[in-house]
Design a protein around this ligand. Structure first.
Ligand code: FES
Length: 204
């Protein structure tokens, strides 16, 4: 095999040899490209790594986002399996097993007069839907966030006494007994059980 350095030196010492040197270099390049460099790409192990990682990460039991009910009692039920009891969650997702304060047969639905103080209006609310939902049906922009009784964004205050004398909460998780006694309610999970006046947007 010709040494490229020797070829270059020969070309410098003997200028007419430049042409020969160029030909020899071209031949070397040609031979190298035909034989290859011997380099081979490493095996693609990305699938193997992914499989290993998947087997190493333990499976979780978090419910799929699509399983979250919005507004109804099912949402609160969906949170229960996180505590370790999967059976209740499955029952509620089935639909037929749930029974919340809003599950009232159509012919047993009652209506109550409810005064919305800040809106300056009194409307009839049914006992099978939360106050928040029915207020929104009136076109009012009432405050809310989770719609599952897990924050206080939708809180309101019933001035006439303990809120649970007038509404039934479906799994509210934020108000303490004293706050309920003081008239506070979470309108997203509160179902009317009597007539009352409420100030919306009032949190304890
Ligand atoms: S919106 Fe969160 S508790 Fe009602």
């Amino acid at each position: 095999m010709l040494n490229p350095l020797a070829i270059v030196l020969a070309a410098i010492v003997n200028p007419p040899a430049i042409v020969l040197a160029a030909v020899a270099t071209l031949l070397m390049v040609l031979v190298t490209s035909v034989r290859g460099t011997g380099w081979e790409p490493t095996t693609d192990i990305s699938d193997e790594v992914l499989e290993h990682r998947a087997s190493a990460v333990p499976e979780t039991e978090f419910p799929e986002p699509g399983n979250r009910a919005i507004g109804g009692g099912g949402g609160g039920g969906g949170a229960i399996p996180a505590g370790g009891d999967g059976e209740e969650g499955e029952l509620e997702e089935g639909g037929t097993g749930s029974s919340g304060p809003g599950d009232i047969p159509e012919d047993e639905v009652e209506y109550f007069e409810v005064e919305f103080v800040k809106q300056g209006e009194t409307v009839e609310l049914s006992n099978d839907q939360p106050i928040l939902e029915q207020g929104e049906d009136e076109g009012w922009d009432l405050p809310y966030a989770c719609r599952q009784g897990q924050c206080v964004s939708c809180a309101g205050r019933i001035a006439d006494g303990p809120s649970e004398d007038f509404v039934e909460h479906d799994n509210q998780q934020m108000l303490e007994e004293a706050e309920i006694d003081d008239g506070y309610t979470l309108t997203c999970v509160a179902y009317p059980r009597d007539s009352f006046s409420i100030e919306t947007g009032e949190a304890p």
